[in-house]
Design a protein around this ligand. Structure first.
Ligand code: AMP
Length: 187
């Protein structure tokens, strides 16, 4: 089963993806985590990504597409994956379709974790205090929200045309939201 988690930064899709991954025993892959690891390790990809990452901008598709290809073609992804933080652009969405089709699979469901903007900003401030991520400044966060609205939110229409989208209200306790996710996924 191939699931995509869509949602603004701070919507909690990573938390829900991790729970779902454990429950369904399907790996969760987060491009943001892969990029943070690459930056920490100082790999060429990490070095190229950092200037965009720190400003809250999307890392260009030419860098990300190779990463997506690598993860979707890995043996661990054979039974499906939970995609957290990708695709984020139409080019990435097309690449995901192409790579899955090449192995006789498809996107099975898209969960849109929906959280109002004021709540997203509150959560970001809390996370900045706890984790100190370099893109959790108010300026970078506002930019990330803008980037989400402009480049990623249009993917909702792309998947709605195929009737794949379930909206999951992302407010409430982690357990409440997990229950909604379960209903949306159907297992
Ligand atoms: P995240 O951890 O998903 O919030 O991602 C943090 C940052 O990593 C984003 O603001 C981007 O700079 C970069 N990033 C993560 N995933 C992608 C992606 N699929 N495409 C482009 N940039 C990404």
């Amino acid at each position: 089963m191939n699931l995509i988690l869509l949602g603004a930064p701070g919507s909690g899709k990573g938390t829900q993806g991790a729970l779902l991954s454990t429950r369904l025993n399907i790996p969760k892959i987060a491009t943001g985590d892969l990029i943070r690891t690459a930056m920490k390790d100082g790999t060429p990809l990490g070095t190229r990504a950092k200037e965009y990452y720190d400003q809250g901008l999307l890392v260009p598709d030419e860098i990300i597409l190779g990463l997506i290809e690598e993860v979707l073609q890995s043996p661990g992804a054979k039974r499906g994956v939970i995609m957290d933080g990708f695709p984020r652009t139409s080019g990435q969405a097309e690449a995901v379709d192409r790579l899955l089709h090449a192995r006789g699979q498809q996107v099975d469901r898209v969960l849109l974790v929906d959280v109002p903007e004021e709540e997203l900003v509150r959560r970001m401030r809390r996370r900045a205090a706890l984790e100190g991520r370099s893109d959790d400044t108010i300026d970078a966060f506002r930019r990330r929200l803008g980037v989400y609205r402009e480049q990623t939110a249009p993917l909702v229409a792309y998947y709605r045309e195929r009737d794949l989208v379930s909206v999951v209200p992302g407010i409430g306790t982690v357990e409440d939201i997990a229950e909604r996710v379960k209903l949306a996924v159907g297992r």
